[in-house]
Design a protein. Structure first.
Length: 330
């Protein structure tokens, strides 16, 4: 039993060390960046059997103090990793906001066809958004949405959606924005080297509804062989240059980051901004793959002065990503 305890303790501590060092190792050597793509809940599941066996065989130890020490050797590493799951991957469900909260909905639609666009619009409609941001909307989403609005304005109604006829829709490049409160502007910040950034400028009425005046939409490369730390560093440098040259501002940076929350460099994308989910997440936070989400690669970053009350996900019914619903106290 003593030898088994030592083996189980060593294995558990090695896994804890790998979990803790994964972000650093991935940033230093891109060839092992798969370590940081392993979700923390999977690390936890891998550690649990050995830790449980260690605790069980330690309970019957002839020395109570020794048994307690061995039990702690199995329990503490599991609790540390469980804390990471709690912080970055799963949070208790928060109640949905009342009417005084602004709602921003984000989705990477992955270029749906005309047959899939209607269901995606229905899912977006169910979110009761004040501002919708869709990257990669495809060729059909905007036209079908406008057609629905036109039908409602003409009094024909729509059997598939309750979308308000007042919605304003703008589609530029790879980003679509829409709001029922007024017009929204779009400006390209960058489309170079696979780093795509757009600036969303809500009108005064939209900004009042959502509590935000400047929003950046990010869509980063999805190629898993690329160095994610280098990509985030490139995004950070690009945004810093824009701040210096054109006074670029942002109350929210949202998008498909195509990386995980523990990737080195995420906290430096915009100084003073941090991942919203640890403080405001509600429920399971993973967004990919849509059918059985395992990892959180769609994220929102905000500064401290933006009061995000709830961040949850929704299933658009098609594509590879789940969407985000960000509830903000104006």
């Amino acid at each position: 039993m003593g030898g088994l305890r030592v083996i189980l303790t060593v294995v558990t501590l090695i896994m804890l060390a790998l979990w803790a060092m994964a972000p650093w190792l991935a940033s230093r050597n891109p060839s092992v960046q798969e370590l940081v793509w392993i979700p923390e809940w999977l690390w936890l599941i891998a550690m649990l059997p050995g830790a449980m066996v260690l605790i069980l065989i330690s309970i019957g130890s002839s020395s109570r103090k020794r048994g307690l020490c061995w039990s702690l050797a199995g329990m503490v590493p599991v609790l540390i990793v469980a804390g990471g799951v709690w912080k970055r991957e799963w949070r208790p469900d928060r109640p949905g906001g009342a009417g005084d909260r602004g709602r921003v909905v984000f989705l990477n639609a992955q270029d749906p066809g005309s047959e899939e666009a209607g269901g995606i619009l229905d899912a977006i409609d169910d979110c009761r958004a004040d501002l919708v941001i869709v990257v990669n909307p495809g060729q059909s989403l905007a036209s079908i949405w406008r057609s629905r609005i036109r039908q409602e304005r003409e009094g024909a109604g729509s059997s598939a959606s309750g979308t308000a006829a007042e919605w304003s829709i703008l589609w530029l490049s790879h980003v679509l924005v829409a709001s029922p409160h007024g017009k929204v502007s779009l400006r390209t910040v960058s489309v170079r080297e696979g780093i795509r950034v757009m600036r969303v400028g809500p009108s005064e009425t939209v900004a009042e509804a959502i509590g935000l005046s400047d929003i950046l939409v990010v869509d980063l490369p999805s190629d898993p062989t690329l160095d994610r730390t280098e990509i985030l560093a490139g995004l950070s440098a690009l945004l810093e240059k824009q701040r210096e040259e054109s006074g670029l501002r942002a109350d929210l940076v949202v998008g498909d980051f195509n990386t995980t929350p523990r990737t080195v460099g995420l906290e430096e994308v915009w100084p003073g901004m941090s991942d919203v989910y640890p403080g405001s997440g509600s429920g399971w936070g993973a967004t990919w793959p849509r059918e059985r989400p395992m990892i959180r690669i769609d994220m929102a970053l905000t500064p401290q002065h933006v009061d995000v009350r709830r961040l949850s996900t929704f299933d658009p019914g098609d594509g590879g990503h789940r969407g985000l619903v960000i509830e903000i106290d104006p």
